[in-house]
Design a binder for this molecule. Structure first.
Ligand code: ADP
Length: 424
């Protein structure tokens, strides 16, 4: 009879262990799939209370600023209380577990001289027994998990410690993941805010700069009309610099419009051949000064496209300006246009300094320049290509570069011949 009784008890014990294990597996699956911290902590507490048959469970995490353990979750505390109660690392059971990185089972907490009375006093609670295990991630302890007061007349056991250790390992990783996600979210938010501030700054700065600049341009060109000799040369420099400043402000405004989605196409039908000729014309004097040669290969009859002429003018202007700028004296600049596969294709080719393979994509990033800006030989802000890319993509087109260092670069873009109504 006694044997039978003992056998039944053993079977019951095994059944309990199996059901605990099943529970653990289910919880670990859940822990691995949840990223938001609060519900996660609540589930951990709930499961531990059930499996260890205790009155409460607390999760404490190290507050790196104060060097104390702070409650993150506990059933016996209200949310506001959690934040206010801290446990010191010195003279506390949780502190001992944290520092020693070892589990602890205490059947009579009140008699243990490490017991910290502060929490019970604040909550009007009486802690009798405690099991605590460290929460650690990759060998680093981040907090402590404690189960408090065994229910009924049972005693805390090492089996409970095993259950908690298994859960603590899962919980610590899940807590750390959720914490990293939270940090990432905050970093993204900050980045977003910075981006918005930058965008606001650009629009305010551009607006504030434009008014005095148009006065400078107006007065300088007025004076230039009547000036002679040295004064006229000096006024030319003033005018050129003011115009350059004007185009830099224009770049910033254009980029902002692309980024905020404010840029819109003003469509018209025009000859691409004509646009290419007009753009090239604007660079001829510069090309002559650098003794570069020019090649032009345009389709016949002229290719008519439906697009935003002003924006394509800007694209071509930026590509030509770079081609002239990054090609040494005596080099060659070529512009080709054609129709292929129902699209208009344009290529601007130069025999300049070239771009290393790994930079082919990055040159289209805003403010990106192959040469670090402080040691630069070429002027510019690194905006031209990102604007060109934005404008081409607004047309539903694509732009890219192929290049060989020391030999030259070819910038190619294509766009649909017509824009479908309602956008692309
Ligand atoms: P910026 O010319 O004002 O620097 P861009 O956005 O137009 O800005 O160009 C970004 C960078 O790409 C340039 O600083 C340069 O390093 C590289 N790049 C652009 N066009 C050429 C080219 N034709 N040949 C060589 N490098 C070029």
């Amino acid at each position: 009879m006694e044997v039978e009784e003992a056998l039944r008890e053993r079977i019951a014990g095994m059944e309990r262990r199996i059901s605990n294990l099943e529970r653990l597996v289910r919880v670990s699956l859940m822990l691995n799939s949840t990223l938001s911290l609060e519900p996660l902590l609540e589930t951990i507490i709930q499961v531990i209370i059930e499996l260890t048959e205790t009155e409460d469970c607390s999760i404490m995490l190290l507050d790196e600023k104060t060097g104390e353990l702070r409650f993150r979750a506990a059933r016996r505390m209200r949310r506001e209380e959690l934040e206010q109660i801290a446990v010191p690392l010195d003279n506390s059971i949780a502190g001992w577990i944290f520092r020693e990185n070892k589990p602890l089972l205490i059947r009579d907490a009140q008699k243990d001289n490490r017991f910290y009375q502060g929490v019970d006093d604040k909550l009007n609670f009486c802690t009798r027994s405690i099991i605590g295990v460290p929460l650690q991630v990759r060998g680093r302890v981040i907090g402590v998990l404690e189960a408090i007061n065994k229910r009924g007349d049972k005693e805390m056991s090492w089996e409970d410690v095993n259950v908690m250790t298994a859960l603590a390992a899962q919980a610590a990783i899940a807590i750390e993941n959720a914490r990293l996600m939270e940090e990432l979210r905050m970093a993204y938010e900050k980045l977003h805010e910075l981006d918005r501030l930058k965008s606001d700054f650009i629009s305010i700065a551009a607006h504030e700069l434009r008014t005095p600049l148009s006065l400078i341009l107006g007065y300088a060109s007025f004076l230039r009309g009547s000036a002679t000799g040295q004064a006229s040369e000096q006024l030319d420099i003033v005018l050129q610099s003011a115009m350059r400043l004007n185009s830099l402000i224009g770049d910033m405004v254009n980029l902002r419009h692309i980024e905020t989605g404010e840029a819109q196409l003003e469509l018209g039908i025009f000859s691409l051949n004509d646009l290419v000729r007009v753009c090239l014309q604007e660079f001829l004097s510069l090309i002559r000064v650098k003794q570069q040669t020019v090649g032009l290969n345009l389709p016949s009859p002229p290719l008519m496209i439906e697009a935003d002429r002003q924006k394509l003018h800007l694209v071509l202007g930026n590509l030509l300006s770079n081609a002239v700028k990054f090609t040494p004296a005596g080099g060659r600049i070529e512009v080709l246009a054609c129709e292929r596969e129902g699209k208009a294709w344009v290529a601007v080719r130069d025999t300049g300094i070239g771009i290393p393979r790994k930079e082919w994509e990055r040159v289209f990033d805003r403010f990106y320049q192959v040469e670090p800006s402080l040691s630069r030989r070429y002027e510019g802000m690194g905006l031209g290509l990102s604007i060109a890319k934005g404008m081409v993509e607004l047309h539903g087109g694509r732009i890219w570069v192929e290049s060989e260092v020391g030999k030259g670069s070819t910038f190619v873009f294509h766009l649909p011949l017509t824009q479908s109504p309602g956008g692309v």
